[in-house]
Ligand binder design. Structure first.
Ligand code: SF4
Length: 354
């Protein structure tokens, strides 16, 4: 089965094109404080190394801008950088003077149409992209009241109102996000918005939670929308390391066949038949493959029930048997080894392959 994506407009964020037939972009947001330049530099390097394609950075106050400028001037970004602005529209205006590629504004707290208009006029001049980022936790109070507190309707209305405003200003280099912390509300809002407009949509479930819970909630919300052809860029919001957001995002895209980047690991869940510490072996392989961009399917299987079948189907596979383990390369057994050296042999083949 192949997912048919909804055709959206193409926008330009720095050198990146988002929307239309372009790949669904993986983005994340830094967690380090901007003034802690060493930490944020290594976080950015780690994010780029893990395949993050667009980095958003919170700019909470005026003095943050000089730190962001140091990063931009230091040429640390090989991917577009977006300034995340809340409350103070002047921060967005100033950020556009230091070389950012995009600005994310939250219409619920930026101070009304006039201020959005000022940001948009400058974005036009500076060729900066804008994201209208409506969030369930910060909906414009007036709109919420008019919609009797209905979150979904209020979010959709807020999005549409801002789309009309930007269009009236003859600006269309923007994308939209409308994230709710409820998975069902998120799905509902994006479906309604997608029916009404054809600007690129950035998907996410906001405040999804810690790594395990947040990845699952995001996979359900983002995955359902992607399966309906909705979405041009995604972020998995986790309370945890930003690199994990990128890993989770690629797993979502890989599992839906929407991106073929990096390593996919098929491993059996283990059961009473398993005679080896498969969990540890898979953990080691996962660590070993982090950041590999080559599209590879690996299989690590615990016994002969499904092992040979899955291992054969992968680029590189291993199936443990009673005394020995068989290593498969592109469907053929290339060696049968003693189980105590099997993991080592598998890793050797993996290194050869990448
Ligand atoms: S492949 Fe074998 S060990 Fe793994 S879960 Fe299936 S039956 Fe159990």
């Amino acid at each position: 089965m192949k997912i048919k994506r909804k055709k959206t407009k193409v926008i330009q964020v720095g050198k990146l094109k988002i929307g239309g037939n372009n790949p669904i972009i993986v983005q994340s947001m830094t967690k380090s404080k901007l003034e802690d330049l060493d930490s944020i530099r290594s976080e950015i390097e780690e994010l780029i190394g893990s395949g993050c394609e667009l980095i958003r950075i919170a700019v909470p106050e005026k003095r943050s801008i000089s730190y962001l400028k140091q990063l931009i001037d230091g040429r640390i970004f090989s991917v577009p950088v977006v300034a995340d602005i809340q409350f103070d529209y002047r921060l967005a205006l100033e950020c556009m003077d230091i070389g950012i590629d995009g600005v994310r504004i939250n219409p619920g707290n930026i101070g009304g149409h006039k201020r959005v208009g000022e940001i948009v006029e400058k974005a036009k001049r500076k060729k900066v992209a804008v994201r209208i980022g409506v969030n369930s936790g910060s909906i414009d109070k007036k709109i919420l009241k008019e919609n009797n507190g209905n979150i979904v309707n209020s979010m959709v209305e807020s999005v549409l109102e801002n789309v009309r405003l930007l269009e009236s200003l003859k600006f269309n280099n923007f994308k939209i996000s409308a994230k709710a912390s409820s998975v069902l509300d998120t799905i509902n809002v994006y479906e309604l918005v997608s029916n009404k407009v054809d600007y690129p949509l950035h998907l996410g479930v906001t405040e999804a939670g810690p790594k395990f819970r947040g990845s699952i909630k995001s996979s359900v919300g983002i995955g359902i929308l992607l399966s309906k052809g909705i979405g041009d860029t995604i972020r998995v919001s986790l309370t945890g390391k930003s690199i994990d957001e990128v890993k989770a995002a690629y797993i979502i895209l890989n599992s839906l066949g929407l991106r073929k980047v990096g390593v996919d690991i098929i491993s059996c869940p283990t059961c009473g038949r398993t005679t080896d510490d498969l969990e540890q072996i898979v953990d080691e392989i996962e660590k070993l493959t982090t950041g590999i961009k080559k599209n590879l399917k690996l299989a690590v299987m615990g016994c002969i029930v499904n092992g040979p079948g899955e291992a054969k189907d992968a680029d590189l596979g291993i199936a443990f048997g009673k005394d020995k383990a068989a290593v498969f390369l592109k469907g053929r057994v290339i060696k049968r080894v003693d189980k105590n050296i099997a993991a080592k042999e598998f890793k050797k083949e993996l290194e050869r392959l990448v």
